[in-house]
Design a binder for this molecule. Structure first.
Ligand SMILES: [Zn+2]
Length: 414
């Protein structure tokens, strides 16, 4: 291992981001105020409020424990020469560069899954269980794990093999990044297409809404929004958790709006219509297309930069690996990229929070009132034990949705 500029840069960013995470979490814990914000006085009582704060404390501390553990494991693996050792081991099978690369990432992913397994088990069966959220049986937990592994292997490995081929092949040379970008973009569009149709049903049941008050209220609202209603489904979210949610997936004729059964059970029809109007707002304001385009542009930038650092001797020295390779270039480059990735993710979170305000405003406009969305948001905060007073710095870095109080305040101001 050589203590060169790359080594120092990556060590500083890895440790620096860890410290930033600790710092923002500590701020968040300090921001837990003993008095309930008056806005929530009608839904939270003292006991519920205390419970929501206990939930934030427990999950925050557990998250910090996990990230400390991951940091230590990563630094030990890196500084004790783990990358060189693993590289020699996979090369020992005597396969070509693509198969060797696939082996390398498979081992790395399986190892990281194995290390995070005890944390996931504790989170689900102890923390979520204690707070009354968990509905998952060990069988569902195991099935999810296996399905996720198979899916990432079936979808991820062929794409990675193709990318390795592009950067290995001398015909592409300096244009490899462009071809890789195009291929990955097409792959991403393909995923978006199959996600609601094939992938989501592997994990949950989707039943079309039954005829009745809710369905007709939703249909008349969709008609008012001139929104082609291709599918609104009730999803069995209660299979895993009592937490409730709603989301929008897919595009074109394949789009799907999913309302969790837990959401339907706990909300009034006007509240559910307001939640759905919010989801339609994301579609009408083109948030989904805009995020997709931004994602594609980022990918182009990342592949361009990757091309510049392909088989970079200094980078391999920093990780103590003797033979350069395309597959390890991908992995080492991702560490080099992490400050830029962090900037991008903070930028995307800002963009996403702005979109949430827009979708809220849209829902208030088409339903003619802010009241139902406000009462839905309050009920959601209570049922999901949301942190009502997150620290602004923590929100700035991590939140894809504005804090509930900010959303309600904005809705009241309309
Ligand atoms: Zn939203």
């Amino acid at each position: 291992m050589e203590l060169n500029g790359y080594f120092i840069f990556i060590a500083i960013t890895v440790i620096g981001f860890y410290l930033l995470d600790v710092f923002s979490n500590l701020l968040n814990l300090k921001a837990l105020k003993p008095e309930l914000p008056s806005e929530f006085g009608d839904v939270f009582d003292a006991e519920k409020y205390a419970q929501s704060q206990a939930y934030t404390r427990t999950t925050t501390k557990f998250g910090l424990l996990e990230s400390t553990f991951s940091l230590i494991v990563f630094l030990l693996f890196w500084w004790l020469g783990g990358f060189q050792w693993l590289d020699q081991w996979v090369r020992g099978f005597g396969q070509g560069p693509i198969v060797t690369g696939l082996l390398f990432v498979t081992v790395l992913i399986l190892a990281s899954q194995l290390l995070s397994l005890p944390f996931n088990l504790y989170d689900t069966f102890v923390i979520e269980e204690t707070f009354g959220f968990n509905k998952m049986t060990p069988k569902t937990f195991a099935a999810d794990l296996v399905k996720n592994l198979i899916l990432s292997a079936v979808l991820g490995l062929p794409l990675f093999a193709l990318l390795l081929y592009l950067f290995e092949n001398p015909t592409f040379q300096s244009s490899a990044w462009v071809v890789a970008w195009v291929v990955t973009t097409l792959f991403q569009l393909f995923l978006l297409f199959i996600y609601p149709k094939w992938i989501l049903p592997m994990f949950n049941k989707f039943e079309p809404l039954e005829d009745g008050e809710l369905k007709s209220a939703i249909e008349s609202m969709a008609a008012r929004c001139e929104f082609p209603l291709t599918g609104v489904f009730e999803m069995d979210g209660s299979k895993r958790s009592t937490k409730s949610n709603a989301y929008f997936a897919g595009f074109g004729k394949n789009k799907k709006i999913a309302l969790f059964d837990t959401l339907i059970k706990k909300h009034t029809v006007p509240e559910l219509v307001a939640v759905l109007a919010h989801e339609i707002g994301h579609f009408k304001k083109k948030h989904i297309v805009k995020s997709l385009v931004l994602g594609i542009l980022q990918m182009g930038l990342i592949f361009y930069l990757l091309g510049l650092f392909m088989n970079n001797r200094g980078l391999f020295d920093a990780f103590g690996v003797e033979q350069t390779s395309v597959y390890l270039s991908f992995i080492f480059f991702s560490f080099l990229l992490s400050p830029l990735s962090k900037l991008i993710s903070v930028g995307m979170a800002i963009f996403s929070r702005k979109n949430e305000f827009e979708a809220d405003a849209y829902a208030a406009e088409v339903t003619g009132t802010s009241d139902h969305l406000i009462s839905a948001l309050k009920a959601l905060s209570k049922d999901n034990l949301s942190n009502l007073t997150p620290h602004p710095f923590y929100v700035f870095i991590n939140y894809s949705h504005p804090p509930m109080l900010e959303r309600i305040t904005a809705l009241r101001a309309l």
